[in-house]
Design a protein around this ligand. Structure first.
Ligand code: PLP
Length: 424
């Protein structure tokens, strides 16, 4: 198909994320990706400032990841997971247990981040029911979160500022505490800590679990918070028999400078979700991990009631194993530190610029918050004109580049962000 044919068929038939049909702004047609570059159908090359939404940490067409998929393709691309098992899934489960915080021992493979959150919620509800507390059916969270687009995840997204305000009363009614005070380095706020503890204590009798994104609240507003609040949640939930779920779907696999964001706090949850960068962005795969205690509780009462058709897809598991292998042999902490320094150098000059409310950088994440809604088409076009792919939203122009982005491309991304801020 020619680029024009793709554009018109797209407008006629394809539904894009958070879009009407046809979308208000036609998407750019991409026909290849290699290293950190996307190649548009018109021949332009863009440095990917988004890692395809946190996922492509090693860049595109990585020879090791390509080989993992093609090798596995030669054995089997998919088999059902009910009653069957295979080495790629078993190796992945074992690797995840070794890599994740202590105590997480059992792995449920899901097809997407949102589904892994659904599974995590089921784990918590079933555990409470199985251990004699069936009345504990609600979830606690803090405002400003984002956990995905299916119904339980939507119910714990920020109810006002988030993307799911349309749903109001059809969502399960959850318990919200205020968002944690902003700033990874901002010393913990004692009054907030006391209020958070009190909220969990007050609602403990009806809470199956508290679920939060550790350290970075992503699509709910790209806010960072001090890890101490996670320690507080760990203690107060444990004291009251409430499970703690960390959603590491965006933060997992090195993005914040530690393998998992929970490591900044030195605490382990009862249930944890991972996804996105799990396969290096190659294929759709996520997982919900839980402790032996949670698995024992559920299993004493029956089965975990979930089983997707494409569970444990061997291609996805094989490429996830290869991606974890790359992390094991490479210097990703060094790369993330280098990117952090590059983003600070490149974005800090925007602090105080007209229309800029805040600039913040943590690990391989750089955020410029404006004092107004971004003009998405104008901001995107300005970045594209600088050879950079960005996808701003709300009042945010932000980047989370692949870890293999070199200094020259990092400078280009910073120039793209600056142009997007100026245009948007
Ligand atoms: N949780 C977090 C923290 C996310 O950032 C996302 C996606 O952006 C999800 C869950 C949902 O994952 P998916 O889009 O794979 O369903």
């Amino acid at each position: 198909m020619t680029p024009e044919q793709i554009e018109s068929a797209d407008a006629a038939h394809v539904w894009h994320p958070y879009s009407a049909v046809p979308p208000a702004v036609p998407p750019y047609v991409v026909d290849g990706a290699e290293g950190v570059r996307l190649r548009l159908a018109d021949g332009r090359e863009l440095v990917d400032g988004m890692s395809s939404w946190w996922a492509a940490i090693h860049g595109y067409r990585h020879p090791v990841l390509d080989a993992a998929v093609t090798d596995q393709l030669g054995r089997m691309s998919h088999v059902m997971f009910g009653g069957l098992t295979h080495e790629p899934a078993v190796r992945l489960a074992r690797a995840l247990v070794e890599l994740t915080p202590d105590g997480l021992e059992h792995v449920f493979l899901a097809d997407s981040g949102s589904v892994s959150v659904e599974v995590a919620v089921k784990m918590c509800l079933q555990y409470q029911r199985a251990t004699g507390r069936p009345e504990r059916r609600r979830l606690g969270t803090w405002r400003g979160g984002y956990h995905g687009d299916t119904f339980h995840p939507m119910s714990v997204c920020d109810p006002e500022g988030g993307m799911h305000h349309l749903w109001g009363d059809v969502l399960p009614r959850q318990v919200f505490a205020p968002a944690p005070p902003a700033g990874f380095d901002t010393p913990p706020d004692a009054a907030y800590v006391a209020a958070l503890e009190a909220a969990v204590e007050r609602h403990a009798h009806e809470l199956a679990a508290v679920i939060v994104e550790p350290v970075v609240q992503g699509a709910g507003g790209m806010r960072f918070h001090h890890p101490h609040y996670l320690r507080v949640l760990r203690e107060v939930t444990r004291a009251h028999g409430v499970l703690l779920v960390f959603d590491e779907i965006a933060t997992g696999f090195g993005r914040t400078g530690t393998m998992f964001a929970a490591e900044h706090a030195g605490v382990a949850p009862d249930v944890m979700c991972v996804g996105k960068a799990l396969t290096g962005g190659y294929l759709t795969l996520a997982a919900a991990l839980c402790t032996a205690e949670v698995a024992r509780g559920i299993s004493a009462d029956g089965v975990l009631a979930h089983g997707p058709t494409f569970m444990g897809n061997p291609l996805a598991c094989a490429v996830a194993n290869a991606s974890l292998g790359l992390l094991a042999v490479g210097d990703w902490p060094g790369d993330v530190r280098r990117i952090e320094a590059g983003l600070r150098a490149g974005l800090e000059p925007l602090r105080g610029a007209p229309g800029v409310r805040d600039v913040r950088v943590l690990g391989a994440i750089g955020v410029v918050q404006l004092d107004h809604e971004v003009d998405l088409p104008a901001a995107t076009a300005a970045a594209v004109a600088h050879g950079v792919w960005l996808r701003p939203f709300r009042d945010l122009v932000y980047t989370m580049p692949p870890y293999v982005t070199d200094d020259a491309d990092l400078a280009r991304i910073a120039a793209g962000v600056t142009a997007a801020v100026g245009a948007g």
